[in-house]
Design a protein around this ligand. Structure first.
Ligand SMILES: Cc1cc2nc3c(=O)[nH]c(=O)nc-3n(C[C@H](O)[C@H](O)[C@H](O)COP(=O)(O)O)c2cc1C
Length: 186
């Protein structure tokens, strides 16, 4: 059975991004494993954690629980990331999570100095919603670059709903149009 990893970086209770992500997940067939980042105790790497991590990597020992996110990420067949558009990108917790997934020896390796992806995923789907227009799509572009250049996941899809916080906008109508797009493309 296909393994679908759902990385949920939505923060608000009635998240519109989560609503769209659910629509994506309904279309996919397989076993869904969710990582709800609001509930995880993920910390940015500090000197102590980094030293320990480097020691384990140099010994090729990935048994420590610090590698669980990277292992899950590498093993998934499809990855869905849902993250609201915050400060031209996404919530910081997603960056912290991605830092934990980018592990040399699990999600990628270097061959002749060039990164080579080790992830099984055939596609990554990124979903976001924004209060206004997305002019600088820094969150998605960053995830796309990581997926394609480091993790070896070439097929990267993007779904967005914009202008949701503009006075007088019809939120349901905007979301419905994106749901339609999702139905057509997945
Ligand atoms: C901390 C924060 C930062 C935000 N930054 C932006 C922004 O840079 N540009 C924008 O258009 N909307 C911004 N917004 C609005 C959100 O993108 C918008 O409300 C989005 O739909 C929230 O997604 P959600 O309903 O899944 O929580 C921001 C909202 C928050 C709470």
């Amino acid at each position: 059975m296909e393994k679908i990893l759902f990385v949920n970086a939505c923060v608000r209770e009635k998240s519109r991004t989560l609503e769209l992500a659910k629509c994506v997940l309904e279309k996919l067939k397989g076993e869904i494993c969710e990582v709800d980042l609001s509930r995880e105790d993920i910390k940015p790497l500090n000197n102590k954690m980094l030293s320990l991590r480097e020691e384990y990597i140099s010994e090729n020992d990935f048994s420590d629980s610090m590698f669980r996110y990277a292992k899950e990420f590498a093993a998934a067949d499809t990855i869905v990331i849902a993250a609201p558009y915050w400060d031209l990108a996404f919530p910081a917790i997603l960056k912290t999570y991605l830092e934990q997934t980018a592990v040399c020896g699990i999600t990628f390796r270097y061959k002749g100095g060039v990164p080579q992806g080790l992830c099984c995923a055939k596609r990554l789907i990124y979903v976001t919603t924004a209060g206004g227009m997305i002019y600088d799509n820094l969150g998605f572009e960053y995830v796309k670059a990581l997926a394609q250049k480091l993790f070896g996941i070439d097929n990267v899809l993007f779904f967005k709903a914009e202008n949701l916080d503009i006075n007088g906008c019809d939120v349901a109508e905007i979301l419905d149009l994106v749901k339609q797009e999702i139905s057509e493309q997945i």
